[in-house]
Design a protein around this ligand. Structure first.
Ligand SMILES: O=C(O)CCC(=O)C(=O)O
Ligand SMILES: [Fe+2]
Length: 335
């Protein structure tokens, strides 16, 4: 398509493409996943538990002692961003410098936090809503710093580490070999990445918006697990569009989630989950296929996924035979 045709497609009313809510059943779910499509769906028909009705205080009482891992930044990285912001001239876009690859401190640090501590932090922002920053620069350096400082109020854990916690969508998940559920709490910042497995992201409390690119576009967008060529929190901001050859032409979908709503994110599809309320709680379900059945997302995205599938298999074998954990416990523990 010529640039001109692309631009007029973008201006037409069906751009970006709208995502309709669908009734997900096993038949159309298989179809959706086989084609690598996204779908928004109503979770309630597939969910029997009571998590959707809990208040933050209920969460604190039931699982306050559970350990989650924050996405906080090292003080050194925060200082680097602050110094960079201070050096900007009038009119420069307020964008953090790219992290230096070799310097661990210039990226994130996972720090343990109890759910009670995290809820306490979030409570101080109660009632505040936030709007996505995908398509704009920060308006001020203060807004930018606040954004990066908030990383330590956003945390994740595998729900298997939480005592007596149950979440499952068995009615639609039972075909998969394993399902890994992670709990995501707090103001997620929307770092754009893809996952190796097909995935449901379900909103439990508060609200979240998810920006998704079709998996076919992954190599055009970037190709790395977490995007490296541009700021993963600002895929549509002027600074990204000016630098990136294709972003302005690539169709995307934005799905707004309220409690009880879920979205199907196909394996390999770049997505950015941005909490539009501070008290956001979501659970995702990563679907691990049986090796010789199902849509086999890891065949579509060969490189990292085969490794993940087999390392999970090997890890389980080693654990059952020798009690040795190949994949260590931690925020993303898969065993
Ligand atoms: O909800 C979030 O904060 C991240 C979720 C996500 O990346 C996923 O479901 O794959
Ligand atoms: Fe993800």
């Amino acid at each position: 398509m010529s640039n001109h045709a692309m631009e007029s497609a973008q201006k037409s009313s069906d751009f970006p493409p709208k995502l309709e809510a669908v009734e997900v059943d096993l038949i159309n779910l298989q179809e959706i996943l086989r084609k690598g499509k996204c779908a928004k769906f109503d979770v309630r028909p597939y969910y029997d538990g009571d998590l959707l009705d809990l208040t933050l205080e209920d969460w604190r009482q039931k699982w306050g002692d559970s350990i989650l891992f924050t996405h906080g930044l090292h003080q050194e990285r925060l200082q680097e961003i602050e110094d960079h912001f201070a050096s900007l001239k009038q009119g420069d876009p307020i964008v953090a410098p790219k992290p230096i690859k070799k310097k661990a401190a210039s990226r994130g640090k996972a720090a343990a936090i109890t759910l009670a501590e995290l809820l306490e932090k979030i409570k101080s922002y109660e009632g505040h809503r936030r709007s996505p920053i995908w398509d704009r620069e920060f308006e001020s350096t203060e807004e930018g710093m606040q954004f990066y400082r908030l990383y330590d109020s956003y945390a994740v854990t595998n729900v298997r580490t939480m005592p007596a916690f149950s979440f499952n969508l068995d009615k639609i998940c039972s075909q998969w070999k394993s399902v890994f559920n992670f709990l995501w709490v707090g103001p997620s910042s929307g770092g754009m990445h893809f996952d190796e497995f097909d995935n449901f992201l379900v909103q439990i409390h508060g609200t979240k918006s998810v920006l998704i690119y079709a998996p076919e576009l992954t190599p055009l967008v970037d190709g790395d697990h977490y995007v490296k060529k541009f700021s993963g929190t600002k895929p549509l901001a002027p600074s990204t569009l000016a630098e990136h050859e294709y972003m302005k032409y690539l169709p995307f979908t934005i799905v707004d989630l309220r409690p009880g709503e879920g979205v199907v994110i196909p394996a390999g599809a770049y997505h950015s989950a941005y909490a539009t309320s501070f008290d956001s709680i979501s659970i995702n379900s990563l679907l691990v296929p049986r090796l010789f059945r199902g849509p086999m997302p890891y065949l579509r995205h060969l490189k990292p996924s085969i490794f993940v599938c087999w390392s999970i298999w090997l890890s389980r074998k080693l654990y059952s035979l020798f009690g040795y954990r190949l994949i260590k416990l931690g925020p993303y523990e898969f065993v």
